[in-house]
Every structure is written in C-alpha cells, then in structure tokens.
Design a binder for this molecule. Sequence first.
Ligand code: UTP
Length: 286
Amino acid sequence: MIKKCLFPVAGYGTRFLPATKAMPKEILPVLDKPLVQYGVEEAMQAGLTDIAFVTGRGKRAIEDHFDVSYELEHQIQGTGKEKMLEGIREVINTCTFSYTRQIQMRGLGHAILTGRTVIGDEPFGVVLADDLCFGEGSGVLDQMVKLFKQFRCSIVAVEEVPEDETHKYGVIAGEALSDSLFRVTDMVEKPAPGDAPSNLAIIGRYILTPDIFEVLEHTAPGKNGEIQITDALLQQAQDGCVIAYKFKGQRFDCGSVQGYVEATNFCFQRYLAGEQQIGGQSGLAN
Ligand code: UTP
C-alpha cells in the first residue's frame, strides 16, 4: 500500500569532515556497502520500491551508485568479480529512482517538503540513511509499515537515549498505548538540558501522511533557523494523531565517527557469525 520512500540526502555531513568534503556521507561504506544501500534495501524489504532522493550539490555519487556502470561491468564481465555487483544489481532491477534537488539547506522539514513533487498525495516512508538500522525479526521500516496499516497516521521511530544525549534529537512526550507505542502529545527539537519531555528520541525512520506537506508549507523556521519536521509533526499530532514507535532492533548514528565505528564493528561481528555477507551480496537474504 505504501510504495514510496523519500531519502533526504542533501545535508553537508559536517560532523564527518574532512571525509565528507568531496563525498556524500551516505556513500561511506560499512564493510563493503554504502550506508545508502543499506537504507534502500531496508525500504525494499518493507515493500517500498519507489525510491526518491532529495539531493544537493556534490551528491552525484549517489545517483551513480544506483545506475549501471557500463565500463566497469564490461571490464569485469566473465570474471569472478561479477558477483560483487549482484546485490546492487538486484536493488537497481527492483526499484525505481527519482531525484529532486534541495537548492538551499533549510532543514530536514524543508528537504521533505522539497520531495513533495516526487511523492504526491500518498503516504510515504522517510529514511535518513546515516541512521543505520538493524531490525529484529524484520526491518525497522517494515515494522512501521505494519503499524501504519493499523493506525493510518504518521509514525515516528523512537529509541530511549541517555539523558545527556537528548539535546541531539527531537524528543517526544506521549501517552503510552503499550510498551512500545505512544500517542504523541508533545515534541521538542534538540531540547536544552533539563527541557526534554522524556528520553524517547526520534531516529531517522518515519512514515508520513501526505497532509504533512500542507503543514510544512506553513511551518516557520524553528530551532537553528531550520524548518523542522518535528514542528510539523507536532502540528499533525495536535490536529489528529501521530504515533511514536519504540522499534525492535538496533540503530547506529553513522553521521558521527563513533556511531560509524560502532556500526562497522557490529557488522563485522555479524559477518564473522555468518549473519551478514560481504562480496557484493545484498542484505535482502540476511
Ligand atoms: P543531519 O543534521 O543529521 O545531517 O540531518 P547533516 O546536516 O548532513 O549532518 P551534520 O549534522 O552537518 O554532520 C538529518 C538528515 O537530513 C538531511 C541530511 O542529509 C540528513 O540525512 N538534510 C538535512 C537535508 O536533506 N537537507 C537539509 O537542509 C538538512
């Protein structure tokens, strides 16, 4: 029922300079696969095969990654190296890719609003590819799509974070519907120490209903002068309903060096345990 997934990838990735000076952070590899491919595979597993990127200057490598490289393919044709491209070929053959550019970096909310032309009037997923997620049982986005079928409103994935880290996230307050589900009553973007309404932080996975675009059109710049998706979601929560979902699985903030190294170690352990493959296989069978 949900087919489209938006990947806002226009950000500068300043926390990862100088690596991100000439290369998008979404292309950073964890083991042998770029972050963005993990994200697209997660969307595919959830049945979201219309992939839409909100790109910016310097992000061409993402477009090239999800395209055929004729020279390279010709070069390795008939050799043992061909299998190194099997996983990405499967992704390219299964999904469609569209791109639109965010001209000015005016925040995540603005990036999502920029995606309106490619999403249109239907519910859609949002993946921030620098948040690398490994779901338990099924992918995090897949877990959220199942919930959407039940609630039919916007859903944000949340995780409990230590109190001294809440200032890095959008943080929710909510009425508990179960151990893992909350009806959102408040949302604060990057709260000052002591101002966080809970320790439930929003991570980079969302299901959004299309009325979010209308709300974003009228959302004034908030924290740091950026148009914040949390402000628009709070409006949706006040007008109707937004669900926060404590997902099953693990998430790594690969936009930071520490999170990236932790993700790499985690994946290498999975590889040693035979739970993740390298050598060009997609994660779809894992
Ligand atoms: P982040 O703040 O994590 O990403 O934005 P960033 O700005 O790239 O990284 P740092 O903080 O400077 O290191 C969250 C997501 O929103 C996208 C980013 O690409 C990232 O995936 N984003 C953010 C946009 O697409 N456009 C924006 O104007 C802002």
